[in-house]
Ligand binder design. Structure first.
Ligand code: C6P
Length: 407
């Protein structure tokens, strides 16, 4: 069932109420970035209008107010992830930086020649390239869990790929290109039975359901603010204290030091050891506002609407005929990846845009996955809780029209 107060919720998102090419804008590119509700926009402008100052530095009133709000935002993230401590929350610029940070600090310090890093065949480039760079530098080896035809992981291979050289597992929680929700608890349990730490790429999970890092028992969890209806340019790395404490700093500069002399520098404790320079104060506060907004709507409401939209869209798209879906796992989130037989995804996306419908086309920064399916890319419609049945209907009738134009 579609949620009843959807129109009231949509009023919180002014950006949705526009026309594109003369048609009501239908935004179905939420996996690329979520839209921002008014409380997020207001929290950011309030910071600049009323109390902008640098944090952790000033004795003056506004600096202390900014510091309080900034550190309160860290606590909001702590509760959002159910992390045990607020010092386990490290501000980053996004998922990409979080993974690079772990590869460049934990990886450089603890991995050596011949060690194996395990990822999966459905990773975003952000969870491939940093590990490849580490492999090039240290002589480590990247191992990849294959993806089955329905877009799920080949779990038999997952178990077989562990060797006495496996040292790290880095896996996407929900695939951006297929929507697959991976069995990460099972994977983490197995890795831990061999004392192997696990990083979860939560870029596409953190916007669809509640995350509990203690229940997942992951050692690292990374996500981007802009996908959880917060601002761009801010993200989070969660790490267990035991790992963060033994990792060296990522960047050097102000904020991350305890004492500096020309002979030697000692580093600050957590979380500041990983936060060199003036942080993104406004966007940290904006991200906390996004999390408060999510809780004000309720995950149950959001999940119910997204489940309804995905099921309805899947049913309706299959009725059209001549359309192949990529990613048909029974466990999946709000992504519909597909190709109309005989029509290039770019053409489909361009014509949909002319109809006012925004989707993403191409490889979705997951080129190896596209290679696995022997396709150049897909058309991807991705839903958020503020999307409506009518918007799915617009997509379906648009696809029907495109089919008649080409065939
Ligand atoms: N995926 C998409 O359209 P950044 O760019 O750092 O905020 O997020 C990178 C990233 C990492 N992992 C996954 C699973 C992702 O989906 C993304 C971002 C967007 O699918 C933009 S490429």
């Amino acid at each position: 069932m579609s949620i009843k107060n959807i129109e009231a919720i949509r009023m919180d998102f002014p950006v949705l109420h526009q026309k594109v090419h003369g048609k009501p804008w239908v935004y179905l590119d939420n996996a690329a970035s979520g839209q921002k509700p008014l409380p997020v926009i207001n929290a950011i402008s309030e910071y600049y209008l009323k109390y902008h100052s640098n944090v952790h530095r000033g004795v003056h009133y506004m600096s202390q107010l900014a510091t309080d709000k900034f550190e309160a935002a860290r606590k909001t993230v702590q509760h959002f992830l159910n992390a045990e401590h607020d010092h386990e929350i490290i501000w980053t610029t996004g998922t990409t930086e979080g993974i690079n940070l772990v590869a460049a600090t934990y990886g450089r310090k603890f991995l050596k020649e011949g060690d194996e890093i395990l990822i999966t065949g459905m990773e975003h480039h952000a969870n491939i390239v940093p590990w490849q760079m580490l492999c090039e530098e240290k002589g480590c080896v990247l191992r990849v869990v294959p993806v089955l035809e329905n877009g799920t992981l080949d779990m038999a291979s997952f178990y077989e790929l562990f060797s006495d050289k496996t040292r790290f597992l880095s896996v996407v929680h929900v695939s951006n290109a297929l929507g697959t929700l991976n069995p990460v608890k099972e994977m983490i349990k197995h890795a831990h039975s061999k004392n192997i730490p696990v990083l979860l790429d939560g870029a596409q999970s953190s916007c669809h359901f509640a995350i509990d890092v203690q229940d997942l028992d992951c050692d690292f969890f990374v996500f981007s603010g802009h996908k959880v209806f917060g601002p761009t340019g801010i993200g989070v790395l969660y790490g267990k204290t035991e790992y963060l404490e033994k990792m060296p700093p990522y960047k050097g500069g102000g904020e991350m030091i305890e004492t500096v002399t020309f002979e030697k520098t000692t580093y600050a404790g957590l979380p500041f050891k990983f936060e060199a320079g003036t942080p993104d104060i406004a966007n940290a506060i904006g991200l906390a506002a996004a999390m408060d907004y999510i809780h004000s709507i309720g995950w149950d409401v959001m999940e119910a609407q997204e489940k309804f939209l995905l099921e309805y869209a899947t049913e309706e798209i299959l009725k059209i005929g001549g359309i192949k879906l990529y990613g048909t796992s029974p466990e999946k989130c709000s992504v519909l990846s597909f190709l109309i037989e005989g029509i290039h995804p770019y053409d489909t996306g361009t014509i949909l845009d002319k109809m006012g419908i925004a989707v993403r086309t191409g490889h979705h920064c997951a080129q190896p996955l596209m290679g696995r399916f022997c396709i150049p890319g897909t058309v991807r419609a991705s839903f958020a809780f503020y999307n409506t049945k009518e918007e799915v209907d617009a997509l379906i009738s648009g696809l029907k029209r495109i089919k008649t134009m080409f065939l």
